[in-house]
Design a protein around this ligand. Structure first.
Ligand code: 13P
Length: 287
């Protein structure tokens, strides 16, 4: 059964560890993450961007696939199915489709409008037992065509949004989506500390988890981050493993062209990467 992300994040914040949010793109991705969570007795959050939702034939297809897979793979660890960077309409569509968690990303709106829409969605989500993430201060980089510049959120605005009763809060602290540029300045821990002081027990979310050095991830968790989003890193290891398979000519040996064989090395590579992240975040055996 899918669960809201609330309980797992409250426990993570109190226990000073992080829960991995791993974006999914298809059946192989989903299966890899679910199996790794189960094998390591770790909770996990499956993230779905609006673009990935479209790619997978709509949010209902995704929700039904994930629920059926949790059932048929006998997954007993807590799994949340979460909309990533949702629009107002996208959040409503995911609530209707059976997601157990949504993010409403109103970070590009004026703060008053972000507050108003977040508040409305908080009420809808909570009446249905669904958790909700809000965002203050755009996360830079490029994700599904959304481009921003690694900005830092205003801690006072973070408090205003946290006070609306959201279950987790994403706040820009210099993080960006995708591979970090050579000249990246690193996370801004002063801002993170100020946000955590303003927002207290609120589980904070670190987007752009790909390529953040391990010591920075650990420090962010110490300073109140409870959910870390990882997407690009899984895509990179999937692509590299698939490339290796094809470049070694394995698709031309026997029935190596069978998609069940062709996509296997990439799927296994995602499993290894997800386990590595669960170890780093400290979520193993926290189911
Ligand atoms: P990366 O692709 O940089 O890992 O970021 C993922 C993310 O933040 C999804 O919301």
């Amino acid at each position: 059964m899918l669960v809201s992300a609330k309980d797992m994040l409250v426990k993570a914040k109190a226990g000073h560890y992080g829960i991995g949010h791993f974006n999914i793109n298809n059946l192989e991705w989903t299966k890899a993450i679910l199996l790794t969570a189960q094998e390591n007795n770790s909770p996990a959050i499956l993230g779905v961007s609006e673009g990935a939702g479209k790619y997978m034939c709509g949010f209902k297809t995704v929700a039904d696939m994930v629920k059926a897979m949790v059932d048929s793979l006998e997954i007993t660890v807590p799994i949340a199915l979460h909309l990533d960077h949702g629009s107002y309409d996208g959040a409503k569509a995911c609530i209707a489709a059976g997601f157990s968690s949504v993010m409403f990303d109103g970070s590009s709106l004026p703060i008053d409008e972000n507050i108003e829409k977040t508040k409305e969605l908080v009420d809808i989500c909570h009446s249905k037992g669904i958790s909700i993430e809000a965002e203050v201060g755009a996360i830079g980089g490029e994700e599904d065509g959304v481009v921003g510049m690694g900005e830092c959120a205003d801690p006072d605005e973070c408090k205003k949004i946290a006070d609306l009763g959201v279950d987790m809060l994403a706040a820009g602290i210099g993080n960006i989506h995708g591979v970090y540029p050579e000249n990246w300045q690193g996370l801004n821990f002063e801002v993170l500390d100020a946000i955590q002081q303003q927002t207290g027990d609120m589980p904070l979310v670190l987007h752009g988890g790909t390529g953040i050095p391990e010591d920075m991830v650990k420090k962010a968790i110490d300073l109140g981050v409870s959910k870390i989003n990882v997407n690009t890193e899984c895509q990179l290891v999937f692509a590299a493993a698939t490339r290796e398979y094809i470049e070694a000519g394995k698709d031309r040996q026997g029935k190596g062209f069978d998609p069940r064989k062709l996509l296997l090395p990439g799927t296994e590579a995602i499993k290894v990467k997800v386990k590595e992240k669960m170890e780093l975040f400290g979520s193993i055996d926290k189911a």
